[in-house]
Design a protein around this ligand. Structure first.
Ligand code: CUA
Length: 169
């Protein structure tokens, strides 16, 4: 069968692209162990509710004024449902799920992560604008998915006033 020279170039080009995609997928999956953001911290999903940290979720204000927020994401709510954090200070969110995959998106901010059972998802951000933010689950997790939300309240706390020059929104 005669194949035109230019046709051959396109065929080989397409093949090379496919091979590059497959190799990069394999490398990131097996070589880089794709995980929830920033952490390769594992936890038994069945032990989440009795865990010393996640069984008692909430906000901790650290000595330097930053905050650590521990959250359980489950069908179909976040615990705690109302989260108060300081403005202009680093806020570290730590999340896990005792059941299925959920999403955690703080609307109109750069706070957004998947919550995968078996793993602890962690990210740190700052909020320069005080006020109320809606948190939604953005991974379909079941019949009550659309009811799964929480409220974030960013407010000036002792030590955080006037510090709102951070990098976030
Ligand atoms: Cu949880 Cu959708």
């Amino acid at each position: 069968m005669h194949v035109d020279f230019y046709e051959k170039i396109w065929m080989w080009g397409a093949l090379v692209i496919i091979v590059v995609f497959l190799v990069s997928m394999g490398y990131t999956t097996f070589g880089r162990a794709m995980q929830p953001p920033s952490n390769v911290e594992m936890i038994d999903p069945e032990a989440v509710r009795s865990d010393a940290e996640f069984g008692n979720p909430g906000v901790t204000i650290n000595a330097d004024g930053s905050a650590t927020v521990v959250i359980q994401a489950f069908m179909f709510a976040f615990l705690p449902g109302e989260i108060r954090v300081p403005r202009g200070r680093p806020v570290t969110f730590r999340l896990t799920s005792p059941d299925v995959i959920h999403g955690f998106q703080i609307v109109q901010t750069n706070g957004n992560t998947m919550v995968v059972p078996g793993y602890v998802s962690q990210f740190t951000t700052q909020f320069s604008r005080a006020g109320e933010y809606l948190i939604v689950c953005n991974e379909y997790c079941g019949l009550g998915h659309h009811l799964m939300w929480a409220k974030l309240i960013v407010e000036d706390m002792p030590g955080s006033a006037g510090a709102g020059t951070g990098s976030a929104r």
